[in-house]
Design a protein around this ligand. Structure first.
Ligand code: PNS
Length: 167
């Protein structure tokens, strides 16, 4: 059985991530979307909130997708799950340097685990969670970047950060 892992911060999940999940799920028997419990990274959303948004976002996709959280090294988590493929999305050449470093490091740590890259759908090649949060902070329209459920969660978060309620 071919088990793949799609790891990330997913703070929050965007349409670009969903596109990668959809395509990666068709390449494996099972795909685990693995949410990093980043202790030092400042996330807008808790791990539970991020998992909830991912689950809502993938409800109409294939049923071979599991959503889990992990901490520590990705390769250790992958080994525990019997996964030997790591999936990452590549948006532009600017992603390459970081991604190749990550992939080589992971392979040095465990050479039974390979990284495969899926090129992001051109439509979403500019998109990142950080950009979505920045646009949302200034009350910009984010409906082209995330699905409606996630959009509402982001609006609630912005309102709570700014200390007012959305009506
Ligand atoms: O969505 P992101 O933030 O670009 O995802 C980065 C992620 C989660 C893939 C990466 O930070 C990671 O795997 N972290 C776990 C620790 C680890 O295994 N690092 C790899 C060696 S540097």
């Amino acid at each position: 059985m071919k088990i793949s892992i799609y790891p990330g911060s997913f703070d929050p999940i965007t349409l670009g991530h969903i596109d990668i999940i959809d395509r990666a799920s068709k390449l494996s028997d099972e795909l685990i979307v693995a949410v990093l419990q980043n202790i030092d990274k400042k996330s807008w959303f808790s791990v539970d909130e991020r998992i909830d948004m991912i689950k809502h976002s993938i409800s109409n996709l294939s049923n071979n997708i599991k959503v889990m959280s992990f901490d520590g090294l990705l390769v250790d988590f992958a080994k525990k799950q019997n996964a030997n493929i790591i999936v990452r999305g590549l948006r532009a050449v600017t992603d390459y340097e970081y991604e190749i470093q990550l992939a080589h490091t992971n392979r040095e740590l465990n050479d039974n685990i390979d990284t495969i890259f899926l090129t992001t759908n051109l439509k979403y090649s500019y998109l990142s969670s950080s950009v979505v949060k920045e646009v949302a902070t200034f009350n910009g329209d984010i409906h082209k970047f995330v699905n409606t459920y996630v959009e509402n969660k982001i609006k609630e978060k912005v309102a709570s950060i700014k200390g007012f309620k959305i009506i």
